[in-house]
Design a protein around this ligand. Structure first.
Ligand SMILES: [Zn+2]
Length: 139
């Protein structure tokens, strides 16, 4: 995700889906991979529309892994250092939780800014809230 951070004025928003695992006996989860921008996405400096190809890819990976690589949420970038969700983002997240099929209690929604990655989550019935405990095993 970081490789798509919008450091230059010319870079457009990017995004995709999060794929990974819920850890047994823990509320932790591990994001193993993310889908990257696909043909069919509509991208601008201040907007990202995810095409259906991302959910098709997620389905394919889930099937190929025999159900171990799960759909965990949606990520996208913002051209700001400390990203905050727009009303469009919040609407998109509410819709994902309401309409998408997923395992577990909630979906996760990282926004990749130029300095920080922040992550929000939403359960089926709860409000959108920010997650403050993040670990990046690649740092
Ligand atoms: Zn956004």
């Amino acid at each position: 995700m970081r490789s798509h951070a919008q450091h230059s004025m010319l870079q457009r928003e990017a995004g995709g889906v999060l794929l990974g695992r819920h850890l047994l006996d823990s509320s932790d989860l591990v994001v193993d991979e993310v889908t990257v921008p696909q043909r069919g996405d509509r991208r601008s400096r201040f907007g990202f529309f995810r095409s259906k190809q991302h959910s098709a890819l997620a389905q394919a990976k889930w099937a190929a892994s025999k159900g171990t690589v799960a759909y965990l949420g949606l990520w996208h970038t913002h051209p700001e250092s400390d990203p905050t969700p727009s009303s469009v983002d919040k609407h998109d997240w509410e819709k994902a939780v309401a309409m998408d099929s997923f395992q577990g209690a909630e979906l996760f929604f990282p926004i990749v800014g130029t300095e920080r990655i922040r992550v929000w989550t939403k359960s089926r019935n709860g409000p959108i809230r920010e997650i403050l405990e993040l670990r990046d095993e690649h740092d």
